[in-house]
Design a binder for this molecule. Sequence first.
Ligand SMILES: [Zn+2]
Length: 142
Amino acid sequence: METVNAATKVWTRDAAIAEKRDLWTAMKRGFRGRCPRCGEGKLFRAFLKVDGNCSVCGLDYTPHRADDLPAYLVIVIVGHMLVPAILWIETVYAPPVALQLSIYLPFTLIASLLLLQPVKGAVVGTQWALRMHGFDEQNPEP
Ligand SMILES: [Zn+2]
């Protein structure tokens, strides 16, 4: 006897004509702090607090699950900017440690704070474009 799994996705005409979501466009819009669907409404209501929904198109932002990914990505990005520069400066100029720390530590802090919101927006845009979590209206599961 054959059983039918209700959770299995079956191609239907309705699923095929679902809204097209371009990943790069959604990431760019999220990076700019805008709604990944319309690009107009604000994505954040505070520094890292994602708003409830888009004020222009009404997209529900609550299904996003950015969690710690933006922080990990910022660490990777800032680390890849800073470490080669530190190694090059140390090799070529060998400045005093106090001078290096007085430059590298504020740079790390400022660069991290500047990147955190845009990276989180890009992560939310990615999740929306890939229909992750609750961003897929076709998904029968809540
Ligand atoms: Zn919108």
